[in-house]
Design a protein around this ligand. Sequence first.
Ligand code: F6R
Length: 623
Amino acid sequence: MCGIVGAVSQRNIVPILVEGLKRLEYRGYDSCGVAVHQDGGLRRARSTSRVAELQAQADQDGIAAGTGIAHTRWATHGAPAVHNAHPHFSAGPNSGNPAGAEAVGRIALVHNGIIENHDELRAELKARGYVFASQTDTEVIAHLIDHLYSGDLLDAVQQALPRLKGAYAVAVFCRDEPHRVVAAREGSPLVLGVGEGENFVASDAMALAGVTDQIVYLEEGDVVDLQLGRYWISRLDTTTGRFGAVQREVKTVHAHSGAAELGPYRHYMQKEIFEQPVAIANTLDAVTGISPELFGDGAYRVFKEVDKVLILACGTSYYSGSTAKYWLESIARIPTSVEIASEYRYRDSVPDPRTLVVTISQSGETADTIAALKHARAQGMKHTLTICNVATSAMVRECELAYITRAGAEIGVASTKAFTTQLVGLFLLTLALAQTRGHLGEADEARHLKNLRHLPVAVQAVLALEPQVIAWSEEFARKENALFLGRGLHYPIALEGALKLKEISYIHAEAYPAGELKHGPLALVTAEMPVVTVAPNDALLEKLKSNMQEVRARGGQLYVFADGDTAIESEVGLHVIRMPEHYGALSPILHVVPLQLLAYHTACARGTDVDKPRNLAKSVTVE
Ligand code: F6R
């Protein structure tokens, strides 16, 4: 998703800005750009190609200066095209351009997020003589700040912000103030990086790795004025209607550069699938026993005060939450509902203050999940916990309690190791709640802990199935549709398998609880339809076998990941890959791995851009 980097320095900051963009590349983008204050004016380079190309273009055009902003764009308003790429320049009555020259005003701006009232602002600014060069919602902000500017950039930005409706992080500089960048956030993440005699902003501390480790996490509504050797943070005081100074803690953050080596792997996704044993082991590293305090100080009191769980998440994280519902209800005996965050945030639901609100997020910055969390809190549900992979993220800062998964930076857009480590965190939560509620004896605790600790070895054994999965993927690469089936605890795993396949191979894939097949989707089954089935040896196995017969009777091709002792054997129309061991309650963590491999190898066989699938972004910071 969109990324911002900005700087005020005495040195040429273009290489730092471009390097920062490279570190945000993994989030997904379709165009990029950089603008600097040079020779008394605004200069920029923009591209719909890769960030590496942008550097070459900037070098070729001699773009180099100490004050600048840069951006990777993921299109929301307006096609991915150079004229829509940021930075945007104001252009209007105050431009003072010689006749015939490109209309370049005095404001340069980058923006993440969505401005909802852009149509209304556009009409107003057009009437004032501003010239629009893009279809973006962003350009209105540049023109608006230009319109309000009267010699003080901070003042103009502070006047403009209350007029914007929506979510944003912006960074802006002005032709008339060479050593100043003003940045602000409301709904999209932004950090300030404090250097020696120089200051930076970025949408993630990772973008500033190697530049500065002194980071301020700006809060919603903060505006930061960056100059050489000084910065000033302010926010609107709603009682006085004026902006006043605020103090924010400077933290030392050892951000991962994100520039992880691929090693022997073809793609980050493959590397991350194979990192799962280590990621799971790291996530369990500090766990010596089950206790609420694994989730933070005060967790015991919170767990005692709740008698319901509400899980809020999106995408893959929603599926880990959907899996956890089965655990929470059957092991901890606590009623659990799981909601898609983008729906929940607008739904008129019935709040219950005795609910533990659990958000799940790899990035910790997903706009819909953060909004859903705030919505739940605004409805009186004060007990919040997050399972998150980024300790410094907005989600962790917003929640009362947290479990930090230790998957390490996930670069591939398709989530893999974040999912399995989330499941580990959620299983620990289940056990801790079960313990608090009197449903976990010592023997059960010891048994579950033993199984958790054996997971890295068990996942390693599943990864050894890769050659068999590759053989299947060659078949799948020729298909345009696929069905995934699972039952009970493994239905969300089927959903996750279908999501992985569609997002990276672009094959249309849908998942159903196998018992639901006969109520409609069976109509889709022909000899052309591969039907992937997750078949653990659990209480629903015999039911699942009947559902498989329904598919076979219609000529469907079954591709089954079956536990060893299920007595499901390969025959015509029935292809079986045998899982190394049956894993009881933790079986979903094993069964998802071959589905990740199947999606990955199918996408490779189809030649798609596996790590950066079309139209998708890694960290979805817009609504
Ligand atoms: C799919 C995928 C997405 C994310 C979703 C939520 O492979 O990665 O569906 O799971 O965008 O992201 P997080 O977990 O960062 O909140």
